[in-house]
Design a protein around this ligand. Structure first.
Ligand code: CTP
Length: 403
């Protein structure tokens, strides 16, 4: 019988903390599941566990110094680590997290991270006060924004003798996270996904426009995660400040008509459309050629007309594509979202309560409810947009498999 992680290559990066002993157990579990593991250690990790322990258990040389010492044969192992399917940092100290967030590269762990193109998981372990420190939390947010998966530390007795939040998650939990990432890795291969993101922008004159507070983060997270799981992704984006996700075809647009045009151009060659864009519902009747002057004006009346509802039109034009919509609601969340699901003939809608503080627009996190076409409701906990993206993609895949 093949083992679950047969043929998968994992780079296990260990930084210096008392929890380094748990990395030994994680390595044992990974090897037992059939993974090929290359271990990378920082100098301080060697104070807790010797490279020999990891070498013996992994059957591979350990990458533990960037200069001198190690033979040229070890270059192969550095390359093996760089070519791994996944990198997991466990335990991740505040120092290593800081270096990763800032792009510093002066030890085997941070050097590997800077050179690593695949998915990365981080399992922090530190004193509870360090974990709470704004600098550490800021670094964690930076890594999450970049798509790094966080395996949350747990509460319990810490090395310093106190009790608090900062213990490394237990090895079976770490193994489960690795499994989830690795097995998801190419589950969307061959699928063509069209994603819209961000706000639209309707011009009033050459300097002014009507827009909304959408940051585009949700759509970019979906595009990035879908790509990392093997999908071919086209991202149609209104104006945002976000970097385009690696490997995704990005098409920029401003006005609703432009977004609609791009959607209808690309929809026929896609299997899935995820419409996260906050499309402006109204546009000025007149777009002034010159800047509107305030002189001699007591009031300025702008006449607006409704824009095209893209999803409403998609409902007419679709030829079997799976369509996902979003619903931004400030009241009657479930009722309004369900009504939109039906009216726009969607397969799934993601309902978002925009009145709740600290989530939704601009935020890196959200708390959403999924409603499928059978009106089955699934309320997700407060999660990062990356995590929501992965769960949404899981549900899309389930629906496609049920067809
Ligand atoms: N949408 C669209 N075209 C529009 C407006 C919205 O395709 N002109 C899409 C959005 O991308 C989203 C879904 O429809 O996936 C719901 O958008 P939302 O703004 O919540 O709802 P509206 O239909 O615009 O209704 P209202 O603003 O009145 O709640």
């Amino acid at each position: 019988m093949t083992q679950p992680l047969e043929g998968k290559k994992v780079a296990l990066a260990v930084s210096g903390g008392i929890a380094a002993y748990k990395a030994v157990e994680l390595l044992r579990l990974l090897v037992k599941e059939g993974a090929q593991v290359t271990v990378v250690m920082t100098e301080s990790a060697k104070q807790f566990v010797t490279p020999l322990t990891f070498e013996a258990l992994s059957g591979n040389l350990v990458y533990h110094e960037i200069f001198g010492g190690q033979s040229s044969a070890s270059m192969e192992h550095i390359r093996a680590a760089e070519n791994a399917d996944l990198m997991i940092v466990a335990p991740a100290t505040a120092n290593s997290i800081g270096k990763m967030a800032q792009g510093l590269a002066d030890d085997p762990l941070s050097t590997l991270y800077a050179a690593f193109a695949g998915p990365v998981l981080v399992a922090p372990a530190m004193n509870d006060k360090m974990w709470d420190h704004p600098a550490v939390q800021e670094n964690i947010r930076t890594l999450k924004r970049r798509g790094v998966g966080l395996i949350e530390p747990v509460a319990g007795e810490l090395a310093c003798g106190t009790v608090g939040l900062g213990r490394l998650a237990e090895p079976p939990v770490l193994l489960e996270a690795v499994r989830k990432y690795l097995l998801r890795q190419s589950d969307l291969a061959g699928l063509r996904i069209l994603v819209t993101a961000g706000p639209t922008r309707e011009p009033i004159d050459p300097v002014r426009f009507i827009t909304n507070r959408s940051s585009g983060k949700m759509g970019y997270a979906i595009a990035r995660q879908a790509r990392s799981r093997g999908a071919e992704v086209t991202l149609i984006s209104g104006p945002t400040h976000l970097d385009p996700p690696f490997g995704v075809t990005l098409l920029n647009c401003q006005r609703t008509v432009e977004m609609a045009q791009r959607v209808f151009e690309h929809l026929p060659r896609c299997e899935v459309l995820v419409m996260t864009a906050a499309v402006g519902d109204f546009a000025p009747d007149t777009v002034y050629k010159e800047k509107i002057k305030k002189k001699d004006k007591e009031t300025l009346l702008l006449k607006l007309h409704p824009t095209q509802d893209i999803l409403q039109e998609v409902a007419k034009q679709k030829t079997g594509q799976l369509i996902v919509g979003f619903a931004a609601e400030s009241e009657n969340l479930l009722q309004s979202a369900t009504e939109k699901l039906k009216r726009k003939q969607l397969d799934l809608i993601v309902a978002n309560d925009i009145s709740a503080p600290g989530i939704g627009f601009q935020s890196d996190n959200n708390q959403v409810t999924l409603i499928d076409r059978n009106e089955k409701v699934e309320s997700l906990p407060h999660l990062s947009k990356m995590e929501i993206a992965d769960i949404l993609l899981d549900r899309i895949l389930t629906q496609l498999n049920e067809r």
